[in-house]
Design a binder for this molecule. Sequence first.
Ligand SMILES: Nc1ncnc2c1ncn2[C@@H]1O[C@H](COP(=O)(O)OP(=O)(O)OP(=O)(O)O)[C@@H](O)[C@H]1O
Length: 259
Amino acid sequence: MCKLYMDDNIKARNQLGGFILLQLVDIKKYYKNKKAVDGISFEVNEGEIFGLIGANGAGKSTTIAMVATMLKPDSGDILFEGASIIKKPSVIRRHLGYVPQEISLYSALTGMDNLLFWGNAYHVPKEKLSERIKEVCDMIGFDENILKQKVSTYSGGMKHRLNIGTALLHHPKLVVLDEPTAGIDIVARNQILNSVLKLKETGTTVLYCGHYMEEVEKICDRICMLHNGKIIDIRTKEELLNNPEKNLETIYLEAIGQA
Ligand SMILES: Nc1ncnc2c1ncn2[C@@H]1O[C@H](COP(=O)(O)OP(=O)(O)OP(=O)(O)O)[C@@H](O)[C@H]1O
């Protein structure tokens, strides 16, 4: 029999002929009686930056925690390269770089020691690790001098950048970022956004959960708006650019009846 028919994880194509990396199909998640995610379906194309926005409690973190296999949906399915990650979480785990809001760094260690630690934790082959650390440092804007310093001496923005770097060492196909710029200054935010854009240049797909509408608008190819656990709209960057009289914030506020 032809291999194509034997394979149960065949990547789907989008309308433009590109590959779909990730598909959420009618996902629901309850916390006791509270519906946190209420029938969400969307697709993330290979190589794009896909943004998720919404006010506090909209369901963003719950959604991406399910993609990162930290939480299991109550119903629906999530497919990575056509295979269900609900049935088999391992299909996504080795291809995933998940950056939660919390910083997971050892502050008593240097930046380099943190990268070595996470490189080993992600099973990056020893002979490839130093080259990969160089590539990641280039992406997050770290030089050798910074790497020699202890993380306890870093600014908040530097910690966030290194935190992202640790999730990139194993060259993941999909990077999931949960509000990576929350609570840091404008300069550090800009550096992080540039790192995310560099990541896209390397062909990596990004699922970006953000709080600040203007930054999501700036870097994302498509933006999914959530409210009360439901999708209220999905807009492409082109649609937003072609409609300059309404920015993302206005569109979102109008959609939730708050304009
Ligand atoms: N562990 C939990 N137990 C009970 N309810 C929860 C839990 N986590 C989230 N919720 C509720 O589920 C809903 C969605 O929360 P979620 O954290 O996914 O939203 P969010 O869009 O990420 O919000 P924020 O921007 O504040 O992080 C909210 O009403 C929240 O209170």
